[in-house]
Design a binder for this molecule. Sequence first.
Ligand code: ZN
Length: 170
Amino acid sequence: MTYVFCPQCGSRLIDLELGGQTRAACADTACGFVHWNNPVPVVAALIECTDRDGQILLACNAGWKRRFFALITGFLERVESPEEGIRREIREEVGLSTDSLELIGLYPFERMNQIIIAYHARCHGDIVLGAEIAEYTLVPPASLKPWAAGTGLAVRDWMLRRGLPLPDSG
Ligand SMILES: [Zn+2]
């Protein structure tokens, strides 16, 4: 996100050297606002549908320009743990109940200034898509094809941990 004006007092922002980096800061030193631009945590879920032969649910976001299936993701609400957040996102976006969560790993997503907290979620229930999801697909774990950025790195790690062969390794 970029600001032109200070969100605290409305003054113009200027470039300021702080902590070894150039930051957008308020021109009014009495205000003192600094746009630190820290990465935003995003929770993600590799959803295993235990009542659908353990297939993995991938979803295409309604806001995406191209048809691409990836993990369910979402932002955390205030005073919500990552585990609570991903359970809520799974319920809201695909209608499933989460029986267990296991952390896959943490993945910096620099292009979006995010840090992805990725879980393996074992879920069950009827799939009901929320407004954010355009369509979904179910893929057997061994047929997953990890993509090279964002949540795809979590898919790759999860497959390796399970001893599943990666498509590019033959
Ligand atoms: Zn200001």
